[in-house]
Design a protein around this ligand. Sequence first.
Ligand SMILES: Nc1ncnc2c1ncn2[C@@H]1O[C@H](COP(=O)(O)OP(=O)(O)OP(=O)(O)O)[C@@H](O)[C@H]1O
Ligand SMILES: [Mg+2]
Length: 59
Amino acid sequence: MLFDIRPKSSRSDLFDREDELREFDRAVDHGRPLTLVLGIRRIGKTSLVKAFLRERKGL
Ligand SMILES: Nc1ncnc2c1ncn2[C@@H]1O[C@H](COP(=O)(O)OP(=O)(O)OP(=O)(O)O)[C@@H](O)[C@H]1O
Ligand SMILES: [Mg+2]
């Protein structure tokens, strides 16, 4: 559902966020104490975090 107004929650629904997901993975794998997901409103911050957590935690 490309035009769903709610945040996406899986990698397959996200458009062009492979780099960001890889960067997120790397930050966590390196044990970074803090990772910030910053961007203007509606850019997809929540979607990125949800997709990431789903993969990392098997949610
Ligand atoms: N990369 C993407 N691919 C597909 N849909 C996206 C993408 N990024 C955002 N969207 C869609 O855009 C809308 C806003 O996404 P989301 O809520 O994740 O953004 P946000 O940055 O967390 O917004 P807010 O600033 O309101 O918290 C949603 O409908 C979401 O599904
Ligand atoms: Mg949000």
